[in-house]
Design a protein around this ligand. Structure first.
Ligand code: IMP
Ligand code: MG
Length: 174
């Protein structure tokens, strides 16, 4: 498999749209009367974040954070660090982390620990996809879109070596 491989649709843009709508309804119900800070993990979550927040009709703020763990290719280095941090304070805020995919769980569990130390009022995780077969550390996903098989996914923000993020569907490379 390489960036020359052909993507096959796993979830179409229509399926993604319906799932994002379902997640937005759950989040809207839970955050009524609050004004959370949504933190997207770059780069993979940017498209999901953009679609999700357009369906949320309560006051909210948006931030992005960039973590490093994946080098080029498909394997995580396992060591996670913040390479581009937050501009907004977290203390006392309702924080909702937005992630494209939870794979080994190392990135999200690192980020949730990092944020918890900053004493938010609440801290939850919304992930568009979950690949539980690859988990190395437990992660609680409060709002989940799709459970996915142990295949490398691209599209709708997800990349292989920075390619394929622009595909409107979630695809498997074969
Ligand atoms: P984790 O730390 O192993 O859970 O990996 C999380 C990050 O790895 C995600 O935010 C993605 O950026 C990337 N990743 C994991 N699996 C895939 C995949 O199948 N396709 C594209 N990126 C992936
Ligand atoms: Mg990511």
């Amino acid at each position: 498999m390489s960036s020359q491989s052909k993507p096959r649709i796993l979830f179409s843009r229509q399926q993604i749209e319906a799932t994002v709508r379902k997640l937005a309804a759950e989040i809207s119900r839970d955050y009524q009367g609050k004004s959370p800070l949504l933190i997207g993990i770059l780069k993979g979550s940017f498209m999901f974040m953009a679609d999700l927040i357009r369906l949320l009709d309560f006051p909210l703020e948006v931030e992005f954070i960039r973590l490093s763990s994946y080098g080029r290719g498909k394997e995580s280095s396992g060591k996670v660090k913040v390479v581009q941090g937050l501009q907004s304070p977290v203390k006392g805020k309702d924080i909702l982390v937005i992630e494209d995919i939870v794979d080994t769980g190392l990135s999200t569990s690192f980020l949730l620990d990092y944020l918890r130390k900053k004493k938010p009022a609440s801290l939850k995780l919304c992930a568009l996809t979950d690949k539980p077969s690859r988990r190395q550390t437990p992660v609680t996903i409060d709002y989940l879109g799709f459970t996915v098989p142990d295949k490398f996914l691209v599209g709708y923000g997800l990349d292989l070596d920075e390619k394929f993020r622009n595909l409107p569907h979630i695809c498997v490379l074969e």
